[in-house]
Ligand binder design. Structure first.
Ligand code: SAM
Length: 249
């Protein structure tokens, strides 16, 4: 059987396409990408002109079995997405799962990922984090979705479009409290890369007031909630018990 390579591609800066990714793409029998028109220029820039197949959220179901057949016939397939690492808020999960279920070799070719890229330079705790992808589109759904991670102590990482960033930051303030610290990382690896840092309220106001911050793609990172203080809890219990004991005859 063949090999399914899961290949990360740049999130803005073409220089981030690794030499290993380039050689895997050059040698693959077929490259499965979300949008052939989008990926062709990147591939052409490294001299790759081979077969491209569209594999995206709307045809994943039909395409996965066809790609599996080709893998079983011994072909090498490189899976890429429009940008960054496939499967990370991008298609590929059903294909990878099905390939593994059939004992087909799946090899990752690591590289850019907006979430990790943002975390690596945001200055928020990075020892524990939770990636939660794109928030729902309406404010009420978003608030309910945020409620579920309100007590998470690790840094939260969200994907958002510039257009909806101010609204999402304002929902973060509603659910997590106005003072929760956050970072907005925009246009990573591109010419107008910016990192904004502040409370969710400040950031929501800044983004709302600055049309430039509403353009392009961004990652929102939110500092985790306070860790539960086990010692504090025990001290509080002892204090209450003492108060009760004092009242006993
Ligand atoms: N698979 C990609 C990855 O590994 O990061 C993510 C794909 S997802 C459809 C696109 C989202 O990723 C954008 O809406 C944005 O939140 C984030 N993103 C992608 N490129 C970015 C960049 N250059 N700067 C900031 N955020 C980016």
């Amino acid at each position: 059987t063949g090999i399914l390579y899961v290949v990360a591609t740049p999130i803005g800066n073409r220089g981030d396409l690794s030499p290993r990714a380039q050689s895997v793409l050059a040698e693959a029998d077929v490259i499965a990408c979300e949008d052939t028109r989008h990926s062709r220029p990147l591939l052409a820039s490294i001299g790759v002109t081979g077969e491209l197949l569209a594999y995206h959220e709307h045809n994943e179901e039909q395409m996965a079995p066809r790609l599996l057949e080709r893998l079983e016939a011994g072909e090498t397939i490189a899976l890429i997405s429009d940008a960054g690492t496939p499967l990370i808020s991008d298609p590929g999960f059903s294909l990878v799962r099905a390939a593994r279920a059939q004992r087909i070799r799946v090899e990752p070719i690591p590289g850019p990922c907006a979430a990790i890229c943002a975390l690596s330079a945001a200055g928020l705790p990075s020892d524990r984090f939770l990636f939660i992808g794109f928030p729902p589109r309406t404010s009420s759904q978003r608030q309910r979705w945020l409620e579920a991670v309100k007590t998470e102590t690790g840094t939260l990482i969200l994907y958002e479009s510039g257009r909806r960033a101010a609204a999402t930051l304002s929902d973060l303030a509603t659910v997590f409290g106005a003072e929760r610290r956050a970072v907005v990382a925009r246009e990573l690896t591109k010419r107008f890369e910016t990192f904004l840092e502040g409370s969710v309220t400040e950031l929501s106001q800044q983004v709302a007031a600055n049309p430039e911050q509403q353009l392009g793609e961004l990652v929102i990172l939110v500092e985790g909630g306070p860790a539960e203080d086990a010692d504090g809890d025990r001290r509080e219990q002892a204090r209450v018990l003492q108060l009760l004991a004092d009242e006993l005859p």
